[in-house]
Design a protein around this ligand. Structure first.
Ligand code: NAP
Ligand code: ZN
Length: 349
């Protein structure tokens, strides 16, 4: 039996989100039906609902930070049982056979991974995300949420957590390394917590000093305002790694100037507008400008286990479904502390 579930959808690009119902497919042998408890609001949801990244599929049910409980499993599923606490992130399928899938990097599947929403499954059906009460997902794309992390603060780990964990690991954040996090929003605050737990010396580069106290509590040792031009003088040549989580265009050259020789600046922020830089900002110092997209499924599980071990969850503002449009506006105004999470029980209520 397919399942009808309450959801919140954007009917058209930039239009306010409104309640609706959607259908979830019958369980295939390798499927898991999840009762969603919480769904995080990622800035990527807003970019896509506004079509910042080019053509998107409407109506759109956003949400790729999903935490909930297994309600039913298909006949071949052995990894999960009814009642298990689970999460789903940005992908719900990939070919499983290409060199990247085989290496646990499903986000780079040569056939194209299937996005949790605003995507089309290999069966030709549109995908709908986590702003809903139930979802059906192939077992291989479901992660286990360890005991010790509450589901509400776990939800944002499925995107904000893995998107920052993966580059911090790849670029060696750890003891003796100076890491700057640009932007203290959903991704940024997770980056601060994770980099500090990995043992790095963390600096926050925020537009203002408004969130300084929070930043230091989250684990940063230093905090600077980027609206103050002297910041770029004081911190010149300091960092091994800069993680840029900003959702808007940044003056990249100014930030490259803050790297040590051989240092790397990794962009995870995804503004619709192109970023630009001068070749000389990299040449003078053998610097690296890189990107990073979410993380694979095994790495997502590794991140969840790391968070459980270090007592890390997201800092959240829990909201009811009728406040989603207001939350979108606040995220766009950098007024989020530090992730909005929808209590999905309030959808359709
Ligand atoms: P967010 O919660 O809105 O955080 C972004 C932060 O960037 C803001 O809190 C603000 O921090 C700073 N900021 C915003 N506008 C700015 C501007 N004009 N100039 C300078 N700083 C500005 O967003 P998020 O959910 O963390 O997502 C951040 C970006 O990452 C988005 O573009 C999103 O699409 C992208 N993303 C990428 C991936 C990936 O796989 N690479 C995954 C998820 C999300 P301060 O107030 O501290 O300055
Ligand atoms: Zn996201």
């Amino acid at each position: 039996m397919s399942t009808i579930t309450h959801a919140i959808a954007a009917p058209a690009p930039g239009a306010p989100l409104a309640p609706t119902t959607i259908e979830r497919r019958d369980l295939r042998p390798d499927d898991v039906l999840i009762d969603i408890a919480y769904a995080g609001i990622c800035h990527s949801d807003i970019h896509q609902a506004k079509e910042d990244w080019g053509q998107a599929i409407f109506p759109m049910v956003p949400g790729h930070e999903i935490a909930g409980v297994v309600a039913a499993v298909g006949s071949d599923v052995t990894k999960y049982r009814v009642g298990d606490r689970v999460g789903v992130g940005c992908m719900v399928d990939s070919c499983g056979e290409c060199e990247y899938c085989q290496a646990g990097r499903e986000q780079f599947c040569v056939k194209g991974n299937v996005q949790t929403y605003n995507g089309v499954g290999y069966d030709g059906e549109n995908t709908y995300g986590g702003y809903s009460q139930q979802v059906v997902v192939k077992d291989a794309f479901v992660c286990r949420i360890p005991e010790g992390i509450d589901l509400d603060v776990a939800a944002p780990l499925l995107c904000a957590g893995i998107t920052t964990y993966s580059p911090l690991r790849q670029w060696g954040a750890g003891p003796g390394k100076k890491v700057a996090v640009v932007g203290l929003g959903g991704l940024g605050h997770m980056a601060v917590k994770l980099a500090a737990a990995m043992g790095a010396e963390v600096t926050v580069l925020s537009q203002t000093l408004k969130k300084q106290e929070d930043g230091l509590k989250l684990g940063a040792e230093h905090y600077y305002a980027t609206s103050d031009e002297s910041t770029f003088e004081v911190l010149k040549g300091q960092f091994d790694l800069i993680l840029n989580t900003v959702s808007a265009k940044l003056p990249i050259d100014a930030y490259l100037g803050l790297l040590r020789i051989g240092g790397a600046m990794v962009n995870v922020g995804a503004p619709g507008e192109p970023l630009s830089y001068s070749a000389f900002s990299l040449l003078g110092g053998n610097k690296v400008l890189a990107g990073s997209m979410i993380g694979g499924i095994a790495e997502t599980q590794e991140m969840l286990d790391f968070c459980a071990e270090h007592g890390i969850g997201s800092e959240i503002e829990l909201i009811s479904a009728d406040r989603v449009n207001e939350a979108y506006e606040r995220v766009e105004n950098s007024d989020v502390r530090y992730r909005f999470v929808i209590d999905t029980a309030t959808i359709g209520a």
